[in-house]
Design a protein around this ligand. Structure first.
Ligand code: ATP
Ligand code: MG
Ligand code: FE
Length: 347
């Protein structure tokens, strides 16, 4: 089954075609992405109305492009999947209405899928894909969650952030350091020059049992450190790099400690990391080290499939459409808030 996937939940227009006749990365026939980041950077964050309008402008040309890249026409498509949530409602509606319009015109099935299920299964697009069951650490701009995954649609939430998401904390720390949006990659880059011994930030919620996270205190800690340096007239480039390093070390350490606990608690030997923050090099290195120690293995999507993309939506949609799932009564969905653990396996 050849499925067109459409992602428009936030500030990335992603489109791809996945064919279930193949497995892993072989099934991905083409994918294209248009990032609105440059447009939103001017405002220091995503402006929802601008995001919706830009998706409207970019979506159809991107669909034409992926068809052309795969040497296909619209008539060769067997189904369409789109991100139905969570995300910005206006942005979601652009993808949902385009998918439904196209599916009706082509008389093919259509299904809204969960954005975080897309992130979670993005490592399935690699040749070296993990087998079920595994623990997943979802670390993105809006989510920080540990999930026990027994199979497609079998997701048990083990823990999550009680306040800010890890990516959001990176973005806020970046702002305080005078860096552009989105700040995660920029904080990581600055941290490379930083001295890991100059400051030590706390590892929130690691001193008690449990798999929940909290990152808002770290944000306050970062602000306090910057203000103190500023007051002392010491806030030079090196000091900023040292703060970035302390911040990154604290986030990475906290995430890795909880991953270790999740592996111990579940007894599983595979951990999948996905979402924008999973592109972080230090986090990947630290997790690789920890998993090696316990004969476990870590899996990640390739760099560009860590952040939002159409390929992950085409993949999830293709699995579920092939199993016979369709949007209820042909009604399009756009669900801004939608907990991952309410999903079910296809029947
Ligand atoms: P969600 O998927 O929860 O709705 P989102 O789609 O906005 O949120 P993603 O696109 O998956 O999130 O990821 C974007 C986030 O990842 C941003 O917060 C960004 O700063 C962060 N990020 C990207 N690369 C890195 C990196 N190398 N180090 C740390 N953070 C990073
Ligand atoms: Mg994004
Ligand atoms: Fe995302």
């Amino acid at each position: 089954m050849r499925v067109l996937g459409i992602e428009t939940s936030c500030d990335e227009t992603g489109v791809a075609i996945y064919d279930t006749a193949f497995t892993g990365g072989q099934g991905l026939l083409s994918d294209a992405l248009y990032s609105q980041i440059a447009m939103h950077a001017e405002y220091g964050g995503v402006v929802p109305e601008l995001a919706s309008r830009d998706h409207t402008r970019k979506l159809l040309p991107l669909i034409e492009q992926v068809l052309k890249d795969a040497n296909l026409t619209r008539q060769d498509l067997d189904g369409i999947a789109y991100t139905a949530g969570p995300g910005l409602v206006g942005a979601l509606m652009v993808g949902a209405s385009t998918a439904h319009g196209m599916a009706k015109a082509l008389n093919i099935p259509v299904l809204g899928v969960h954005h975080m299920e897309g992130h979670l299964l993005a490592p399935m697009l690699e040749d070296d894909a993990p087998e079920f069951p595994f623990v997943a650490l979802l670390v993105s701009g809006g989510h920080t969650q540990l999930v026990e995954v027994q199979g497609l649609g079998h997701y048990q939430l083990l823990g999550e952030s009680v306040d800010d998401a890890a990516g959001e904390a990176f973005d806020k720390a970046a702002k305080m350091l005078g860096l552009a949006y989105p700040g995660g990659p920029l904080v990581a880059k600055l941290a490379e020059q930083g001295d890991p011994k100059r400051f030590r930030f706390p590892r929130p919620m690691t001193d008690r049992p449990g798999l929940d996270f909290s990152f808002s205190g770290l944000k306050t800690h970062t602000l306090t450190a910057i203000r103190q340096l500023e007051a002392a007239g010491e806030l030079d480039e090196q000091a900023k790099a040292d703060v970035a390093r302390a911040f990154e070390e604290a986030v990475v350490d906290t995430l890795v400690i909880k991953c270790r606990r999740a592996l111990d608690q579940t007894g599983l030997k595979r951990i999948v990391m996905a979402g924008g923050v999973s592109a972080n090099t230090r986090l990947r290195e630290r997790l690789a080290l920890e998993t090696q120690k316990r004969q476990a293995r870590a899996y990640y999507p390739r760099g560009r499939f860590c952040t939002d993309n159409g390929a992950m939506i085409a993949y999830v949609g293709a699995q579920r459409l092939a199993a016979g799932e369709r949007d209820d009564n042909g009604v399009m969905q756009a669900t801004p808030r939608w907990p991952l653990d309410t999903l079910n396996a296809p029947e």
